[in-house]
Ligand binder design. Structure first.
Ligand SMILES: Cc1ncc(COP(=O)(O)O)c(C=O)c1O
Length: 394
């Protein structure tokens, strides 16, 4: 059975072209970039080229730095620790309730250990960030404002350029977790006030375990990993050369057809969404009220337990996800959807479909063919559905 893979915000398939670009750097050009011999010298140009390929997709100046890391989680952690440590007279962080756990986890750790006070900014029901609350929480104590560029669960895009300017006016650094935005929308970093930005390879058909931290020229970085002089002393540890080459190749590939891919993917996503809304009663799109990534559709089928729906989809050859996290043996609704203040019936029934440039018309047709029946079957098992179904309500 061919599977309609619609979980690309979790990870993507490595593009064949990208795997081929990486291939020589395992057994042929296997050198350590720091070695003072021909093997070392052979890989240095590849690292330089990958850096330029990433910078090009970011729309960054070539003297803005790109520090290669092990992925989005490391980049986020580095940015937050570094911002606090480079501004010892400031100890506050402003972030949002809908960040990825790799940002929230670090913020909570810093609060628990008494190293920072953190302000968590909320969103309204359509997913807009409360910019008034954000502005009110800024002060001369703010070391860092960290707001994601695009949300991984809803695809919601936040006005990071505006927020970067607000942060700047308070003398704080601005960091954005752009793991989901990178390679999925066009960027012109050189025209923004963004100081630090995290990105990752595996969301754009590149390899897992590699990412980068972008640094505006002149922004000080306190490294998380110390010792070696790799990455000009900004990230110690022998470079993951095949991974970095793969990230560069993925950036180059994404840039080549970005505009047309976005338009095609958005068209597929909109068809999927319209079809789903029309096919099942009490369905609603979550966080779809404004600017959104073209590839993401987060939709709730009230009273249809999402884990049961996902299981049904899996058996029918469709891979999607819910934002739920397994905690102590029970399914906890996603913190992102809770922040949107969804009613419990919708929280429980949320499914995320995330598309990529590999998604086909057939994938969308398959979901539309199988999902209505799956949702209907799952709802029949819910004691609350009998009272909620529209025909009974009328
Ligand atoms: C918004 C966001 N930030 C950070 C990460 C973590 O990135 P990585 O898997 O490269 O550590 C993810 C991955 O799901 C993400 O979606």
């Amino acid at each position: 059975m061919t599977v309609a893979y619609l979980d690309n915000n979790a990870t993507t398939r490595v593009d064949r072209e990208i795997a081929e670009a990486m291939s020589p750097f395992f057994s042929e050009s296997f050198g350590n970039a720091s070695s003072n011999h021909a093997h070392g010298a052979a890989v240095a140009p590849a690292l330089k080229e990958a850096r330029q390929q990433v910078q090009a997709l970011l729309g960054a100046e070539f003297d803005h730095e790109v520090v290669f890391t092990s992925g989005g989680t490391e980049s986020n952690t580095t940015a937050i620790f570094s911002a606090l440590e480079t501004a010892p007279e400031r100890n506050e962080i402003v972030t949002s309730l809908v960040e990825h756990p790799s940002v929230l986890g670090v913020c909570q750790h810093l609060e628990r250990t008494g190293r920072a006070r953190v302000h968590y900014i909320g969103v309204n029901a359509s997913g807009d960030l409360d910019l008034d609350a954000l502005q009110a929480s800024l002060s001369d104590k703010t070391a860092l404002v960290s707001i994601m560029w695009a949300n991984n669960e809803t695809g919601r895009i936040f006005p990071v350029e505006e927020i970067a300017s607000l942060a700047k006016s308070a003398g704080a650094l601005f960091h954005t977790d752009a793991v989901q935005a990178f390679g999925k929308m066009s960027m012109a970093l050189k025209e923004t006030a963004i100081d630090l930005m995290s990105l990752s390879g595996h969301k754009i058909h590149g390899p897992k375990g590699v990412g980068a931290l972008y640094l505006r020229k002149g922004v000080e970085l306190n490294p998380l990993f110390r010792g070696g002089r790799q990455e000009r002393g900004r990230r110690a540890g022998t470079e993951n050369v095949p991974g970095i080459v793969g990230l560069g190749a993925a950036a180059k590939r994404a840039r080549r057809t970005l505009a047309e891919d976005i338009a095609r993917i958005e068209n597929l996503r909109d068809r999927l969404e319209a079809g789903l809304l029309a096919s099942a009663p009490l369905a609603r799109v979550n966080g779809g009220g404004g600017d959104r990534l073209a590839n993401t559709c987060n939709i709730s089928f009230d009273h249809a337990d999402s884990e049961a729906v996902l299981h049904g989809l899996d058996r029918a050859g469709v891979a999607a996800s819910s934002g739920s996290a397994c905690a102590l043996g029970s399914m906890e609704p996603s913190h992102v959807l809770r922040a949107l203040n969804l009613p419990p019936s919708a929280l429980q029934g949320a499914i995320r479909f995330s598309l990529s440039r590999e998604t086909t018309d057939e994938d969308i047709a398959k979901v539309l063919a199988v999902l209505p029946d799956i949702v209907a079957r799952v709802r029949e098992k819910s004691p609350l559905w009998a009272d909620a179904r529209p025909s009974r309500v009328a």
